[in-house]
Write a protein that binds this ligand. Structure first.
Ligand code: ADP
Ligand code: MG
Length: 678
């Protein structure tokens, strides 16, 4: 017998074989089985005597097998025929092409069968019912509400059900309740064991719902506690270096005055928050959130300049090479005039000057990947993580280990609904750039159905001719990560557009499989207006800055989340010219169209994110990368009430946690899960 905490793959035989499939369902340990929550329940709860079965009913019959055999039809099929008897009568049972069934059921055995009763040649029969032997009077696959699980190739619901039931019998002692009694009483929850049991094997849907409430509470409560504790540790235990702000304020002000624009009030407020954090010897741990184009980079620039004035190095990390290059240029133009030495580090840039094994720079710009690999710092004071939409507790953890407890600023353009911010970023302080720089115009957005496609192309050509416009075309969405299939489709689309639509225009293609040098060249040609149209795969870097681009076409718009579309739309509208976004779609679904219409109506990322959360759930907002990791297994991000409730309770308990050792252990398990790299 295994322990709940054992890895399934560590057990022999069938478990070892199945563990590969189970990983796809994020079932790694036996305990994960318990938290593999049914997607729905099949109602086999009507148990009927054979004599009273009605045609068309879905029923469960319990009786003794009188006969069972395989029969070969003239066409070469094998059917399985059985007769089952109870004290009221006999019913025929039939299955198709499952020759192993007669081997698994013996004549004289008591079995339970659930399925639909049909009339054939004037007699009732059960066709392809689920079945199981009745052992100790208990059934799990028939005769009740039967849990139906998310499945994957090679793993059926029936098999999962059996494993889970076995755990309830064999591992009951390990399902101890970690939730403090006071909370259990306050919310009138069942014990952990009972709740887990009832979510898998409820007698009524109401029971399942009640169990789900308790388990959702657990899940959110533990996440909140864990982030609360992390936040406390960060605030109480970590000692960093407080920068001198007052003394340097004249220089900082001068830097801000010399900018080619005036900071928005939101930017000023964010700078103020950040300078305040930097002045403390508790390391900053702040999230700067702001729509695409809201001007986060310059805020980061002020922070890095401040670090420099205090004799510290900064590092700024971007998710892709293109963005790192772009930051390198922007930050160089901002800060080189003030005497800072800026260095670029990506997988294709050469190693630069080393001084005793240290790179000599004031600011290091690079990709996440590269900086994680052996860069050492002389005196690192500030780390900036840009466009981080991964839930990056782990990354913040790794950076902390780079020494000296540097201040950390995370920046994201993905609008984060409040409930998600509270849950996932509970350990961060938050600054929001809630307004756009002056003079920006709202990007006009149109939903373009298929029949208007040609007209739209004609309009775009005219716009290019008359206004020197520049166009992004985002290829159809195929899958989340850029595989060869995506690239091939993009090449096809590019050829089609070049030949049939934009014949005679200067058109280029950008996709993820190009070498970074090629990408750079294509982007710089587009930026310098040598190219008029850039066809790109959907992964086109968030955050690339091409001020001249004023039209974006997004193909198969219905396949994207609203927040993703909003980010893509943010590629245009970066100058004072009017820009346009055209959402192409073949979809006729009123639901899809209504969703897309929201983009015509609002330009505020946060609103779209909230709407998307309501309509499609969190996975869709962040793409499968996150949903694949199944951040919430049971609870829902839409449940603001529960999220606020658990947050409050977590704050209560964070101070007296040492009185609840089982809770402590549970929270530690969560921390390990969150912080371990993928
Ligand atoms: P994001 O928040 O998406 O990273 P950026 O920092 O790239 O946005 O800024 C977008 C553009 O806006 C840049 O060209 C930048 O120079 C410009 N910008 C930033 N702040 C202001 C401002 N207060 N007024 C005018 N333009 C600004
Ligand atoms: Mg940016």
């Amino acid at each position: 017998m295994a322990y709940l905490s054992d890895k399934i793959g560590s057990q022999g035989g069938i478990y070892k074989r199945y563990s590969r499939f189970l990983e796809k369902l994020e079932i790694i340990t036996f305990e994960d089985f318990l938290y593999h929550i049914p997607a729905r329940y099949q109602d086999f709860s009507i148990v009927s005597k054979i004599a009273s079965i009605q045609e068309g009913e879905t029923v469960t019959v319990k009786g003794v097998v009188k006969s069972i055999k395989n029969e070969y039809t003239r066409r070469g099929f094998i059917i399985q025929k059985a007769k089952v008897e109870d004290e009221t009568g006999i019913i025929n049972v039939i299955w198709f092409n499952q020759p192993y069934i007669p081997k698994s059921i013996r004549e004289g055995e008591e079995i339970s069968l659930s399925g639909k009763a049909e009339k054939r040649e004037n007699t009732l029969q059960l066709t392809s019912p689920d079945f199981e032997p009745i052992i100790d009077g208990v059934t799990i696959h028939t005769g009740r509400l039967v849990p139906v699980y998310p499945e994957t190739r090679g793993v059926s619901s029936k098999w999962i059900r059996r494993q889970i039931y076995k755990l309830f019998k064999e591992n009951k002692d390990e399902m101890m309740d970690f939730l403090p009694d006071t909370l259990r009483k306050k919310y009138n929850f069942d014990s952990l064991y009972a709740s887990l049991f009832k979510i898998h094997f409820p007698n009524t849907l109401g029971e399942a719902e009640k169990a789900k409430q308790r388990l959702s509470f657990d899940e959110l409560f533990l996440i909140q506690l864990s982030s609360d504790i992390r936040r406390k540790e960060w605030k109480e235990k970590l000692k960093g270096t407080g920068f001198k702000i007052d003394k340097n304020m004249p220089k900082i002000n001068k830097f801000i005055e010399k900018l080619p624009f005036i900071l928005t009030s939101a930017q000023k407020k964010a700078v103020e928050d950040i300078l305040h954090d930097l002045s403390s010897n508790k390391p900053m741990n702040r999230l700067l959130q702001g729509d695409v184009g809201s001007g986060k980079t310059v805020v980061a620039g002020v922070a890095m300049y401040t670090a420099h004035l205090n004799g510290f190095q900064s590092v700024i990390m971007a998710p892709t090479e293109i963005l790192a290059n772009q930051h390198y240029k922007t930050i160089s133009s901002l800060l080189k005039p003030f005497g800072l030495k800026i260095e670029l580090r990506t997988s294709s840039s050469k190693n630069k000057t080393l001084d005793n094994g240290h790179l000599t720079f004031d600011i290091l710009v690079g990709t996440h990947a590269v900086i994680h690999k052996g860069v050492s710092f002389k005196k690192l004071g500030l780390v900036i993580i840009d466009e981080q939409h991964r839930f990056g507790v782990e990354q913040r953890g790794i950076i902390r280990k780079k020494g000296g407890n540097p201040h950390v600023l995370t920046m994201t353009a993905t609008p984060i609904p409040r409930t998600i911010a509270l849950t996932l970023y509970g350990d961060l302080d938050l600054s929001t750039l809630y307004e756009m720089p002056k003079g920006r115009r709202v990007v006009k957005t149109w939903l373009v159905p298929n029949e208007k496609r040609e007209k739209a192309y004609a309009w775009i050509k005219k716009h290019i001719d008359e206004n020197k416009g520049q166009v992004f075309i985002i290829c159809p969405f195929i899958e989340e990560s850029e595989s060869m299939a995506t690239v091939k489709a993009a090449v096809g689309e590019y050829e089609r557009l070049k030949k049939n639509v934009f014949n005679g225009y200067k058109i280029a293609l950008l996709h993820g499989k190009l070498k970074s040098k090629e990408k750079e060249e294509i982007l710089s040609n587009f930026k310098n207006k040598i190219m008029q149209i850039l066809v790109a795969t959907p992964v086109v870097e968030v955050g690339i800055d091409i001020p001249g681009a004023d039209i974006i076409i997004i193909e198969t718009a219905e396949r994207f989340g609203l927040a993703q579309l909003h980010q893509l739309r943010g590629r245009v509208g970066r100058s004072e010219r009017q820009s346009y976004c055209m959402l192409f779609t073949d979809s006729n679904s009123p639901y899809a169209l209504k969703r897309l219409k929201a983009l015509e109506q609002t330009n505020i990322g946060a609103e779209l994110a909230e709407l998307d959360l309501k309509l499609r759930g969190p996975g869709e907002i962040y793409g499968t990368e996150q949903s694949g990791r199944g951040y919430l297994k049971i609870a829902s991000f839409s449940d603001l009430t529960l999220i606020e409730q658990t947050k409050k309770e977590a704050q209560n308990f964070a101070n007296k946690l040492n009185k609840f050792p089982m809770l402590v252990q549970k929270v530690e398990e969560i921390n390990v899960k969150n912080i371990s790299p993928d």
